[in-house]
Ligand binder design. Structure first.
Ligand SMILES: Nc1nc2c(ncn2[C@@H]2O[C@H](COP(=O)(O)OP(=O)(O)OP(=O)(O)O)[C@@H](O)[C@H]2O)c(=O)[nH]1
Ligand SMILES: [Mg+2]
Ligand SMILES: [Zn+2]
Length: 356
């Protein structure tokens, strides 16, 4: 028997299971990889392939509820074939991006969950030609929304002779954040990652293709878990070695989710998604006595009542508040950018009129 707590399972998930679900024999499992329609998962019985229970998933168009790597699900074990996934348990943390294949509209249907239920989110970039501060900043913005702790890992230190100045550039956009400079080739800086390597702790590796995510998985595992292509540095661009997301348990008990390099992040449009994602909270807020209720000390506050009687979890409320703030920030930023574009247009117009 496998102990699922070694795979990060704990009370946060356990308490979401209803009596009815227990009665019909549903058990928890963690998704360890997703390839098209096939889900690979781990349960107390071991590793199995699983399929979605069609009647539950297909009538629910909200993409968000589909399992992603790292998710804890309720499944029905099937000795005759694939197990059946009934439900995704509420995520403790998750990282999402706009689904590049569904970009026509910005709705919750175009959100793609990259990984779920991790503790640390490694935002990785290589110190050679891939290095791009703005891209790292975009990743960090989204990573903060995930609920996990973002860590910056700069790879291939052996190919860079001014890594401290590059690390300083990151420090400037992410003050106080942990930044690590490593080389899996020489072993440089590898020991600085030790503090994240605790049993049953989940790490997710994100970053462009070819920067050494899988190499780091292998280096930490001390064996070749993931295929790494030994291609020349200047040929590595645009070549994906890892093709799907996968969760590994190392011998030291650490859980790592390796992901394929992302060409584009398409930062999840927080503002548009907020109401759909947190429809329950928006509904509650609408029934507060005062329409401009701040949900802190007003009488007749429905949000506070729901928090008190437990129908709304503190975690969900906190992430709503955080996202709301974030949305305010991005709309202010958008307004600023619009104003700036307007100004530029006027400058160009003026220059043009001066010409003629
Ligand atoms: N010089 C040097 N090369 C490295 C280092 N780490 C990885 N590489 C090389 O970089 C190339 C890409 O490494 P991978 O680990 O496959 O990169 P990845 O981020 O997993 O790429 P995808 O799976 O495509 O997303 C390989 O040729 C590695 O040998 C390093 O620290 N130094
Ligand atoms: Mg890889
Ligand atoms: Zn209120």
């Amino acid at each position: 028997m496998i102990n699922l707590t070694e795979y990060g399972y704990n009370d946060i998930y356990e308490m979401q299971i209803t009596e009815e679900e227990k009665e019909i024999g549903l058990i928890p499992a963690r998704i360890i990889s997703v390839q098209k329609e096939t889900y690979r998962l781990i349960t107390t019985y071991g590793e199995k392939n699983a399929k979605l229970k069609g009647s539950v998933f297909y009538q629910d168009a909200r993409y968000r509820n589909y399992p992603a790597v790292g998710d804890f699900c309720l499944i029905k074990a099937n000795t005759m074939g694939d197990d059946v996934i009934y439900r995704v348990l509420e995520r403790r943390t998750c990282f999402s991006r706009l689904n590049p294949t569904l970009r026509t509209t910005v709705s919750s249907a175009s959100e793609q969950i990259v990984a779920a239920n991790f503790d640390y989110i490694f935002i990785m970039a290589s110190l050679n030609h891939d290095f791009n501060v703005r891209r790292i900043e975009r990743y960090l913005t989204t990573a903060w929304q995930s609920g996990g702790i973002p860590i910056v890992v700069l790879t291939k230190a052996d190919l860079c002779d001014n890594y401290s100045s590059k690390a300083a550039e990151i420090e400037a956009i992410a003050p106080g954040m942990d930044i690590h400079v490593i080389s899996t080739l020489t072993g440089f800086g590898m020991d600085t990652l030790d503090k994240y390597l605790k049993p049953a702790t989940t790490l997710v590796f994100l970053g462009s293709s070819g920067i050494g995510k899988s190499s780091l998985v292998n280096a930490l595992a001390n064996k070749e878990l993931m295929k790494v292509n030994e291609i020349r540095e200047n040929d590595s661009k645009g070549h994906h070695t890892t093709t799907y997301r996968q969760l590994f348990k190392l011998d030291n008990g650490v859980l790592i989710i390796d992901t394929p390099g992302m060409r584009e992040l398409g930062v999840w449009a927080v503002e548009e998604g907020l109401g759909e994602t947190f429809f329950d909270i928006e509904e509650l807020a609408a029934s507060c006595r005062f329409h401009d209720c701040s949900h802190t000390k007003e009488p007749g506050c429905a949000v506070k009542a729901a928090l008190d009687d437990g129908t709304l979890s503190q975690g969900r409320w906190k992430s709503y508040v955080r996202l709301k703030k974030e949305a305010g920030y991005s709309s202010r930023k958008a307004a600023y950018l619009r104003a700036k574009t307007e100004r530029n247009k006027n400058v160009i117009k003026k220059q043009r009129s001066e010409k003629y």
